[in-house]
Design a protein around this ligand. Structure first.
Ligand SMILES: Nc1ncnc2c1ncn2[C@@H]1O[C@H](COP(=O)(O)OP(=O)(O)OP(=O)(O)O)[C@@H](O)[C@H]1O
Ligand SMILES: [Mg+2]
Length: 338
């Protein structure tokens, strides 16, 4: 299940162990990962992901496969993503009420990144910006690993609300106006093109309750909200360490990335190379799932295949409530002992 609620937070934990000048063996890796796991302290939050971002030998970072190398100290940088426990539990109980269980939570921007970034982007460094309905989510990749996630609580749904308020039209009409006629930037023909805008609360024949407005009025409502969101994205990217010459590629995805003109606007505001990210094709999925709105879902399907092994699974189970009742306790005992 993808998770964008619970104020996702990224944290990097660095732990090192002594290897006394000998050759690094699998056992040393297990030891340093064990130490790293022991030093995770989520407090009252829940660990959603915890995986090694990279290893270091004697202070030189960027080592991917330390086994076989020599040195005095072996260190690991662990990327730990946590979420507030309340929203995670609420989601889980909603799923359980539908007689389903959550196999694992995956941070939404991580799933979107797995689906949209190509190998070179993950390696050289890229940020995925997933513009959803309720929020805009960011995932930053570098050196092949996810290094940062953030969630900005502003999304494409806010544009719909702005249109409904600004043009005094019902919310469902505002959504329709946005998807049919919306654009992130004014175009020269906008003043001449008229659109029908049904008025809020009016009843009667369609021609009486509908006013005609130039399209430029609609764009005038949409553009400032998208600009504001992209300015927030720029600030979050900088705060997440995505700046400098190596950090140039931004991939925009999510339903909101379908707004015409958004790529050009993002390029100007973020000062980066921007492309629209469509999820990679998965055999068997319908053509209708090829658009950016399906990035997160496709990423969930790819997770098992693409994501590195994690240390967090055990902790997630620990954080869950212990099952109640004799049968449930017996089930747990069987699971733990066989
Ligand atoms: N053609 C379009 N132009 C602009 N916006 C669009 C278009 N199509 C869909 N959207 C907007 O995209 C949003 C939905 O995107 P998406 O499906 O990625 O959201 P979500 O994943 O459900 O939400 P969240 O990520 O916040 O949990 C809606 O606000 C919708 O209005
Ligand atoms: Mg989403």
């Amino acid at each position: 299940m993808s998770l964008s609620a619970g104020q996702l937070e990224s944290q990097v934990i660095e732990v090192d162990v002594s290897i006394d000048g000998h050759r690094v063996e699998e056992a040393d890796i297990t030891r340093v990962l064990h130490e790293a796991r022991a030093s995770i302290d989520p407090g009252d939050r829940v660990v959603i992901h915890a995986f090694p971002a990279c290893f270091a030998i004697d202070g030189s970072y960027g080592v991917k496969e330390p086994v076989g190398m020599f040195g005095d100290r072996l260190a690991v940088s662990m990327h730990v993503i946590t979420a507030a426990a309340g929203p995670v539990r609420n989601l889980e109980s909603a799923i359980q009420r539908a007689h389903l269980t959550v196999a694992r939570f995956v941070a939404s921007p991580y799933a979107s990144a797995l689906a949209t970034l190509v190998d070179d982007e993950r390696e050289l460094g890229a940020a995925v910006v997933d513009m959803g309905a309720g929020s805009t989510q960011i995932a930053i990749f570098a050196g092949g690993a996810l290094v940062h996630v953030d969630v900005i609580p502003v999304g494409a749904g806010h544009i719909t609300q702005d249109i409904a308020r600004g043009l005094l039209t019902p919310v469902d009409h505002a959504e329709r106006l946005k998807t049919y006629y919306g654009a992130a930037m004014q175009s020269p023909t906008d003043d001449r093109e008229m659109i029908d805008v049904p008025q809020l609360g009016e009843t009667g024949p369609a021609e009486d309750i509908t006013s005609q407005l130039p399209r430029s009025v609609l764009t005038g409502v949409i553009q400032p909200r998208i600009e504001e969101t992209l300015e927030l994205v720029r600030d979050y990217l900088e705060a997440g360490g995505f700046d400098g010459i190596g950090a140039r590629r931004v991939v925009l995805t999510g339903g909101g990335a379908q707004m015409p003109g958004i790529r050009e606007l993002a390029q100007t505001i973020l000062g980066k190379q921007v492309r629209i990210g469509r999820p990679r094709r998965v055999v068997g999925l319908a053509d209708a799932t090829a658009g950016p709105a399906f990035a997160t879902c496709t990423g969930l399907l790819l997770y098992d295949q693409m994501a590195p092994l994690e240390l967090s699974d055990e902790r997630q189970t620990e954080a869950k409530e212990q099952p109640k009742g004799r049968l449930a306790r017996m089930g747990r005992w069987f699971k733990e002992n066989f």
